[in-house]
Design a protein around this ligand. Structure first.
Ligand SMILES: C[S@@+](CC[C@H](N)C(=O)[O-])C[C@H]1O[C@@H](n2cnc3c(N)ncnc32)[C@H](O)[C@@H]1O
Length: 285
C-alpha cells in the first residue's frame, strides 16, 4: 500500500464536484481527473465499472458520433501538424483485412491521445522532457512519435510481426537532429515477460491508445500494465467507446490493482475532442 501513497495523497485532497464525483490529481498528470468510485454510492469494482460505462453511454452517446473523424483509414499516409512539425504517418490499409491486424492504420483515440499530450505539455499539466515512456500497442506510432518530440525517451512496442511499419514511421518522422527526446521500437506481447530495457528502470509513463478492444486481451494487457508500473509510473490510456461490455470488463479488472480517474473531454486538445473517446489515468494501488 506504500506504493500508492504518493498518488493517493492528492486523491485525499480532492473535492466533490456538482455531480458528487471526486475530482482529484492523480500520478504525474497535473490536470484533475474524475476518480472512479470516488464519489460514493457504490463500493464494488463491478458496480463502479457498470456505473461508469452507463454514464459514458448515457451522457456521451458515443454510437451517435461518427467513428474515425480524425483519420482516413483508406489513405496511405496521415498528415498531422504537431509540436511545430508536419508528421506523415504511413498506413497500410490493405493489411486491415488480415485477421487480428488492427495497428496498420491509425485510430481516432491515437490522434486524440497524441494531441492531448502536446496540449497538456504546452499548458504545463504534463512534463515529458527526459521521462521514460513505454507505449503499448503502438500500431503506426503517432503517440510515441509525439512523446519523443515532447522530449521523452520513448520505447514504442507492438506484436513482433507488426514492427516493420512502426519502425518506418519512427525513422521517417524522427530523423531531425535537433529532436529533444528519443524513440526506439521493441517487441512486446502483452502478458509475456518484458525485456529488461522496458522495466529497468520502470517507466515514468505508460501510454496506450485503443488497446482495450477485446475481452480476451484484457488479462494479458493488465498483466503487462502491472509489470511496467511502479510507484512513480503514471498510465494514460485513451479508448474508443465502441463496446460498453468490453470497457466495463476492463475497468472492473484494473480497479482491483489501480486507482483510476477519467480525464474530462474539456482537457483534450481543443481541436481533437471526441465523445467516442474516453481517457483514463491509472496509478498502481
Ligand atoms: C486498434 S490498434 C491501435 C493502434 C494505435 N495505438 C492507434 O491508436 O492507432 C491496437 C494495437 O494493439 C496491438 N496489440 C493487440 N494485441 C496485442 C498484444 N497481445 N500484445 C501487444 N500488442 C497488441 C495491435 O497490434 C495494434 O497495434
Amino acid at each position: 500500500m506504500a506504493a500508492a501513497s504518493a498518488a493517493l495523497m492528492e486523491v485525499l485532497e480532492g473535492e466533490d464536484d456538482d455531480d458528487g464525483e471526486m475530482v482529484v490529481g492523480l500520478g504525474s498528470y497535473g490536470g484533475r481527473v474524475r476518480l472512479l468510485g470516488g464519489g460514493g454510492g457504490c463500493d464494488e469494482e463491478g458496480e463502479v465499472a457498470a456505473a461508469e460505462t452507463m454514464l459514458l453511454w448515457g451522457l456521451q452517446q458515443p454510437t451517435l458520433v461518427q467513428p474515425n473523424a480524425f483519420v482516413s483509414q483508406s489513405s496511405l499516409a496521415l498528415a498531422i501538424e504537431t509540436c511545430g512539425r508536419s508528421l506523415s504517418i504511413l498506413q497500410s490499409p490493405s493489411s486491415l483485412i488480415t485477421p487480428g491486424v488492427t495497428g496498420s492504420v491509425m485510430w481516432d483515440s491515437g490522434i486524440v491521445l497524441g494531441k492531448f499530450l502536446e496540449h497538456a505539455v504546452d499548458s504545463g499539466m504534463l512534463l515529458l522532457q527526459g521521462k521514460k515512456v513505454v507505449e503499448l500497442g503502438s500500431g503506426c506510432g503517432l503517440v510515441g512519435c509525439i512523446s519523443a518530440l515532447l522530449g521523452a525517451q520513448v520505447i514504442l512496442t507492438d506484436l513482433p510481426d507488426r514492427l516493420r511499419l512502426l519502425r518506418k514511421n519512427v525513422e521517417t518522422n524522427l530523423k531531425h537532429e535537433e529532436m529533444r527526446g528519443s524513440a526506439v521500437v521493441k517487441e512486446l506481447t502483452w502478458g509475456d515477460d518484458p525485456d529488461r530495457d522496458l522495466i529497468q528502470p520502470l517507466p515514468d509513463y505508460v501510454l496506450g491508445s485503443d488497446v482495450i478492444y477485446s475481452e480476451g486481451a484484457v488479462e494479458d494487457l493488465m498483466e503487462t500494465l502491472l509489470q511496467l508500473s511502479g510507484i512513480q509510473t503514471t498510465i494514460i490510456l485513451a479508448g474508443e467507446l465502441r463496446n460498453d461490455s468490453i470497457l466495463e470488463y476492463f475497468l472492473d479488472a484494473v480497479m482491483k490493482y489501480f486507482v483510476v480517474g477519467r480525464v474530462d473531454e474539456a482537457q483534450f486538445h481543443p481541436d481533437y475532442r471526441s465523445r467516442r473517446v474516453a481517457m483514463y489515468v491509472l496509478v498502481k494501488k
